[in-house]
Design a protein around this ligand. Sequence first.
Ligand code: B12
Length: 227
Amino acid sequence: MPAKNNVEVLCVNNLLAHAMVRLDEDSVHYLFKQGIEQGIDSLTLLEEARAGVQKVSELYNCGKYFLGDLIVAAELFQDIACMALETTMAPTTSGLPPIIFGTVEEDIHDIGKNITIGILKSKGFEVDDLGVDVPPLAFVDAVRQTGSSVICLSGLITTAYDSMKKTVSLLDREGLRPGVAVVIGGLVSEEVRRYTGADYWVKDCTTGCQLCDAILHSGPVKKAVHL
Ligand code: B12
């Protein structure tokens, strides 16, 4: 087994991220609860834990951690994401058409998607969760059926970029593109946004939720931006 207590992990300098890197379940749970008790915002704590997952990924990439370690980190993160969502306010419904959300075709990463959906729901938005590995046609069908004006595409692997592009193209071919704002998130950038033809890209769920809120309540904000 790789050593998880060595000095390399000390470059992550906050306790929660550090516990995540050590895959220390008890400490992760304890530190998260302690943070909440101290009044730290649950999303701030989640972002700290995400830094830990990122470090686990780097250690996996250089052969110091195994795939099993990556899976444990992902599960640990899911645990505290559930705890975080329990601490947010009770949902009320907005009465607006749902936000269509899915991880695009060929990609099965869903932790970030699930967190973002949980936050959107806790803020009262209706969300139609299409799941993972979602083909372009399923997004198009969902827009037709619900009249939604916001589609959120999540993708963390490079092949996801082509799936995002195909989804945007199909919306265009079906004549639905003008009425729909496409938001991409995950491992994305302005370059990826341009490649896919999406309207917005975001790096984190908090910005993503603010953006959806702004689009749904005030119509599309300035297009083609990263907020
Ligand atoms: C956990 C993980 C896994 C888990 C996934 C478990 C699950 N249920 O999702 C497992 C172990 C199964 C897995 C599998 C694979 N993985 Co993986 N995985 C990761 C890892 C370590 C963390 C991802 C994660 O969950 N982060 C925590 C969440 C909270 O962060 P997040 O997803 O970024 O989401 C945040 C925001 O981006 C935002 N968000 C996310 N989506 C969206 C969408 C919208 C619209 C909005 C508004 C916001 C939003 O919300 C979140 C909170 O802010 C990443 C490394 C990394 N740096 O990301 C690699 C990584 C993504 N995986 C990678 C790879 C290669 C794979 C595999 C192909 C490995 C393999 N050889 O089989 C398979 C994927 C198979 C497939 N077809 O999809 C690569 C991708 C490289 C690339 N450029 O293509 C990465 C980058 C690791 C690496 N090598 O560097 N993986």
